[in-house]
Write a protein that binds this ligand. Structure first.
Ligand SMILES: Cc1cc2nc3c(=O)[nH]c(=O)nc-3n(C[C@H](O)[C@H](O)[C@H](O)COP(=O)(O)OP(=O)(O)OC[C@H]3O[C@@H](n4cnc5c(N)ncnc54)[C@H](O)[C@@H]3O)c2cc1C
Length: 830
């Protein structure tokens, strides 16, 4: 066994094997894969092997798309047939809402070029007469996917990996990880059989590896503990059953008919595919428990849990109704195994928090589908520094240290049972809430706040009369909440509104090296003391890693504000960069002060009037004037008794201030502002209205327009890039040129719907890009969106089309900041 390698991959399931294969294919010739038992002996061996394209995320669609195409090439490369049956995938809808969901999904899939067809119930019946269709509204058919044999595809990838020089060591368990400053020293133990269990022997070896990847499946909690980090990857029970032969299905095939597609009966929470004249029925039921929160016992190897027939009885009966010819088929076999989940259902792929050269690939619930693409894109990240797609939505650091075992287990159970619910874009999931609340939570709730969930925080989405039912108001079109958001957006454009922005990520960066460090770390000029700037930290690939509002508090002291959802993600990047650069720039301190500061954003033409009521100053009339408090500056002010770090910016594009305050004084400040705002008609405003308003100003949002697949120049933000200085990622950014460009669109969409920001864009009959944001504009009285298109058509006045509900709707590229392009209202004096 080698004891020195470039990369050590821990875990020989589908995911780890694909990563080892792709690292070798990307040119690393010294890769070892370690498996504590046999390859595929984790969850991989008992997967049903379905390869569904369906998901609502751009990054995941790319990953699944790569896998499906890659698996089709494996036989030619390795000579091993992985049993890929390209039978297609039929998703049936029993309701109009389900069809709306499929149409939104199809538009997203089309942004990645995934083919699909909509079918009427009659068309389904004509093609597959065994399926009952009289309760259907329609179906979505993917002709290019199907299912594969999970063990065979893993073995094919393992053979391909070996052919490319990867060493695969079975019956060795990684037991301890030590970073020696340059490489990982991984203690591995020979595993032996003992009474049917797999137990560690006394034989141990230390392997030195420059990089380590963990793909430990159900053992993620043990891995996390060894690494001293948190990972919300905990398995849940998942069942599929194999039914006895269905006589009519047998006859159907004997008559020379092709195999049925994978049949997804989403409204009945199940999927089915043919298996030797019978059906495999897989179920996403309610009440499936989380497992192995504290580790996998030695006795659980390639094992299963007992079948809980009561739990899946409804779906079993529904299958007999959907395919009546199988009603008398008995139960032949059952597979109730652990399927790893995370709270949002996406895996954890990317650099581990706080650690160097440690990469995670954990928490896969669609691991057979995702393995190929994960291997490909993770290898890009490891070998080249970045992947060609933005992997942020899979990054392990989207969960912070606030996450606990109990939280992850309950959220994972929820993610599991939500697989087949309607995936409303305005969905908010209820488990483990409220959890992270700002002090004003109760006051806001009492005033009708309907909260959203951001990185664990509760943040008002909108305010509605008490008793309003958010759940029932959700829709793929304009939901019941829409009018409330319209009223709130108007309040900010015409009067004054107060937004709780406490969830913002906040860092304090200071010390003798801080200025030189931040000047290198971010692409815009640093502000002078008392001023603020919008700026970007780039990836090594020149794309946007993080957006910061930087406030310069003192010569070498900066307050950095970034997106609320990304605290650990931003912290990790900042801290690692500081550690790397301290020898060059000198000592820099970095503190995550997110939970120390509350933030209220007050905005609207009357915001100054409200603040004047409560500000303490020798001359309250002038203290907020343009002269004493210009736009894009920071002042320490006192509102009543509360010391406030006030920043004159407004993400809504209206006259306004962000009021950063000691979090323990939040309720005092809330009461003060609410009272002062009464006579000015101040309205409490939520995140949905804010999201619409910022699009009228073309303010890019992190995670939408801003991410690791576009440079700030492609985001069309040259005014925030100082090309006269050197900064991290500059050369790569310039080398990319402009591959696609961010634009703002006004859209003549359907009367009852706005785009969500995932839809495909057309120019004539040609697919030219995608929306990254969408919503409603109160200023223009129509839908609005932002997105990326090919640069030659990113020209004001270009007529485009947005695909919504399977139809193309007119849209026009408008100038940046279509509302108040000269920023007159923001700068208004008073
Ligand atoms: C009933 C059922 C049906 C499913 N159907 C589908 C489907 O149709 N399509 C789909 O895409 N997915 C499906 N899945 C999910 C799929 O099985 C998993 O997502 C996938 O197998 C995960 O692969 P993995 O490589 O991440 O983990 P695993 O296959 O669990 O592999 C992890 C490996 O790491 C090894 N390991 C752990 N710790 C160590 C260590 N310290 N040292 C060395 N080795 C270690 C383990 O022994 C194990 O072999 C299904 C799951 C279930 C339960």
């Amino acid at each position: 066994m080698k004891t020195q390698v470039k990369a050590l991959v821990v875990g020989g399931g589908a995911v780890g094997t694909s990563i080892a294969y792709h690292l070798a294919r990307a040119g690393w010739d010294d890769v070892m894969l370690l498996e504590r038992d046999e390859l595929t002996s984790g969850s991989t061996w008992h997967a049903a092997g379905l390869l569904p394209y369906f998901n609502m995320s751009y990054a995941t669609t790319h990953i699944h798309d790569y896998s499906i195409k890659f698996y089709k090439t494996l036989e030619e490369e390795t000579g091993l047939n992985a049993g890929f049956a390209v039978v297609g995938n039929l998703r049936m809808a029993q309701t109009d809402e389900r069809m709306d969901e499929y149409m939104l999904y199809a538009s997203t899939a089309e942004t990645c070029g995934v083919p699909y067809t909509f079918m009427t119930p009659d068309e389904v019946k004509a093609k597959w007469p065994l399926i009952k269709t009289d309760d259907l509204k329609g179906a979505l058919y993917h002709q290019t996917d199907g299912y594969i044999n999970p063990a065979d595809v893993t073995m094919a990838m393992a053979k391909g990996a070996r052919q490319r020089g990867v060493a695969i060591e079975r019956k060795w368990q990684a037991d301890a990880f030590h970073w020696n400053g340059a490489a990982w020293e991984v203690t591995v133990t020979k595993m032996v059989e003992k009474g049917g269990n797999l137990v560690p022997s006394d034989e141990q070896v230390v392997i030195t590896a420059e990089h380590v990847v963990t793909a430990s499946g159900n053992h993620a909690q043990r891995t996390a503990k060894m690494l001293g980090i948190k990972m919300p990857a905990i398995p849940v029970e998942h069942t599929f059953i194999v039914m006895d032969q269905d006589p009519e299905l047998v006859k159907w095939r004997a008559d020379g008919n092709p195999e049925h597609p994978v049949v997804r009966d989403a409204d009945n929470e199940s999927y089915a595919r043919e298996e030797r004249g019978g059906w495999i029925l897989g179920i996403y039921e309610r009440g499936a428990p989380a497992r192995f929160e504290y580790g996998v016992p030695d006795s659980f190897r390639a094992d299963l849990f007992p079948l809980d027939l009561d739990r899946i009885a409804d779906q079993y009966m529904a299958m007999a109704d959907r395919v009546p010819s199988c009603a008398d088929s008995g139960l032949k076999d059952d597979f109730n195994g652990p399927i790893c989940y995370t709270p949002d259902g996406n895996p954890l792929v990317g650099p581990a928090p706080g650690l160097r050269n440690m990469w995670l690939a954990e928490g896969f619930s669609f691991g057979i589908t995702a393995a190929g693409g994960t291997g490909y894109y993770l290898a890009q990240m490891m070998v080249e520094g970045e992947a060609e797609i933005d992997m942020a939505s899979l990054d392990p650091k989207r969960y912070g240290d606030w996450m606990t075992t109990e939280y992850a287990a309950r959220k994972n159970e929820e993610a599991y049972e939500h697989v087949y619910i309607l995936h409303h874009p305005d969905e908010e999931r209820p488990a483990c809430r409220p959890f992270r609340t700002s002090p004003a939570y109760d006051r806001q709730a009492a005033r009708g706040a309907q909260f959203g969930h951001v990185n664990g925080w509760e943040r008002p989405n909108y305010f509605a009369p008490l008793g309003f039912n958010d759940h029932d108001s959700r829709s793929f079109r304009r939901g019941g909440w829409w009018q409330h958001a319209v009223d709130e957006a108007k309040a900010i454009r015409e009067g004054v509104g107060l937004i709780d922005a406490t969830a913002f990520t906040k860092h304090l960066v200071k010390g003798p090296g801080a200025t030189a460090f931040l000047d290198w770390f971010t692409c815009n000029k640093l502000p002078s003391v008392g001023r603020i700037n919008l700026t970007y930290a780039l990836t090594i690939n020149g794309t946007t890693r993080t957006e910061y509002t930087i406030v310069r508090l003192a010569q070498d002291e900066y307050y950095l504000v970034s997106a609320g959802a990304w605290t650990a993600y931003d912290s990790d990047f900042l801290r690692k960069a500081i550690a790397d650069k301290t020898p060059e720039f000198g000592y820099v301190e970095c503190h995550d002060v997110t939970t120390q500061w509350g933030v209220f954003a007050i905005a609207g033409p009357r915001s100054r009037d409200v603040l004047k009521e409560v500000i303490k100053d020798a001359d309250p009339e002038t203290v907020l004037s343009n002269k004493r408090f210009p736009w894009l500056t920071m002042r320490n002010i006192e509102l009543g008794m509360v010391p406030v770090r006030a920043i004159r910016v407004a993400y809504t594009g209206e006259l306004g201030w962000e009021l950063h305050h000691p979090i323990e004084m939040q309720n005092h400040l809330f009461d003060l502002l609410e009272k002062a705002g009464e006579k000015h008609g101040m309205k409490l405003v939520g995140a949905r209205a804010q999201n619409w308003l910022r699009q009228e100003k073309s303010y890019r949002a992190f995670g939408n327009e801003l991410g690791r697949d576009a440079t700030p120049l492609e985001a069309d933000l040259p005014r925030f890039v100082d090309l006269s200085k050197d900064f991290h990622g500059k050369d790569a950014m310039q080398a990319h040129g402009i591959r696609s460009k961010c634009v703002t669109l006004l859209i003549d969409g359907p009367d009852d719907a706005d785009p969500w920001g995932r839809e495909v864009l057309y120019h004539g009959d040609t697919r030219v890009g995608r929306l990254t944001s969408g919503g409603y504009s109160v200023a223009f009285g129509k839908s609005i969106g932002m997105g990326y298109v090919k640069p030659d058509i990113a020209v004001v006045g270009t007529k485009l089309k947005v695909k919504m509900f399977d139809q193309l709707w007119a849209a026009e590229v408008v100038e940046d900041s279509p509302y108040d392009p000269k920023n007159a209202t923001i700068r208004v004096d008073g």
